[in-house]
Design a protein around this ligand. Sequence first.
Ligand code: AMP
Length: 498
Amino acid sequence: MNSNVDNKLTLSDITKWTKQFPERLVYQTKERNYTYGELGEQSNKIASYLQQTISTPKPIVVFGDLQFEMVAAFVGISKAGLPYIPISSDTPQDRLQLILQTAEPALIIRVDEQKEINSTIPQMTYTQLLQFDGTVETEFTGVQRDDTYYIIFTSGTTGVPKGVQISHANLSSFVNWMLTDFDLKEGANYLAQAAYSFDLSVMGLYPALASGSILSPLKKEETANFKQLFARLPELSIENWISTPSFIDICLMETTFDAEHYPTISHFLFCGEELTHATATLLHERFPQAKIFNTYGPTEATVAISGVEITQDVLDTYKRLPIGYVKSDSRIIIDEETREINIVGPTISKGYLNNPTKTKEAFFEFEGQPAYHTGDAGSLDEKGLLFYEGRIDFQVKLHGYRIELEEVEHHLAQCAYVKHAIVIPKWQDHKVQQLIAVVIPENSPFEKPFQLTKAIREEVAQTLMDYMIPKRFIYKETFPMTQNGKVDRKALHAEVNQ
Ligand code: AMP
């Protein structure tokens, strides 16, 4: 793959579309459609308000779901030269507090206006922001170069989420690569399915906005049941499909999910977890003309740094699919001993917000360039094709969500009736199917295990996202031990995965 050297700048490209093509559609939702003109107007208002009232370079939290207003707030904040932090409105209160304590934002913008946030940090609803009646500017310097563009919070081993800071330069390098190497057309229609608090959403959001394209969100409630999902999906006329492999697995369960019923889909882009051979084969059968790409990368390297088209030839050649050729401005260094994939290049984050310890552990410099230890094991073949071989630590992907097992264990251990907890993933076909908590209880007043499980679940739900809470609980009096006195995770792993 060849990356274009012409470095477009994401924010100025977005502004270009809003000014020159105000009638063009940018966002299509069930309720109504929005234009680039509206995006320009609302973001100008937000930027003007922020410029005139906020004097610190602190980040701004945007709290909501997949609404158009989330995107307008992001653009407005970027125009004001400030970083934004997207937070999903389904985040439990305690977790939200941990994020707010770390981030120390200047303001919280509530796009989900009904949901209260218990905090002393100033808050405004989106409606209040739009009522700003001061001078509305139309020209802004905005975020540039190494300024932080956004901060995405991800699971942290110590129980506190880590905020990955992505700069304008990081984002531009990524967006340029997407728009040049994946044959994505200007003015195309992109699926927006991932929450804006996950970096997978960035794969659609900025390539779409920088190329005058349309974003078509599928909200959580629209994907919650099969009937609703398949009533809404055909209405969207998606061209560029972006999702986790887990989401396409759900869609493939519907037999009418094929090229005949979805003739507009020309590109499938996957990232975030293993794309299995079985999934890609079935998708290729259903959409023989569409291009299918497997891409790979962690949030810390700005969404993705490698990609490869999964053609019939690739399917015939590899049992476990490759994760791509590395973008031309970046490099991969495989550690000889651990086989860890280290990424070097211009999309590497400057580190975790207000967390120098974790930043030092994960980030380093290699030959004068920023570099990141991914914790993934892998190999490169002689053609420069990268292969993923699993993790070297306790991070897993479950239905596309990044989870540190140690974070789940940390919060389980805080529960009143838990003495010790180990979380074990249950695997199938290189993918985690569910998390199982193996627990030594203490002081349990309950007669039946299911009552204990209910109480533990309720307690951890205050801090852990829904998807992090183990599906099954196994209770034991003791754990198996290794010879040097540690919990024998391998034995528990074998027991759960037998
Ligand atoms: P996130 O920061 O949420 O994007 O998660 C990054 C992690 O997801 C990587 O470090 C990998 O462990 C995993 N991952 C991302 N893309 C792929 C892929 N194409 N195949 C296998 N694992 C992947």
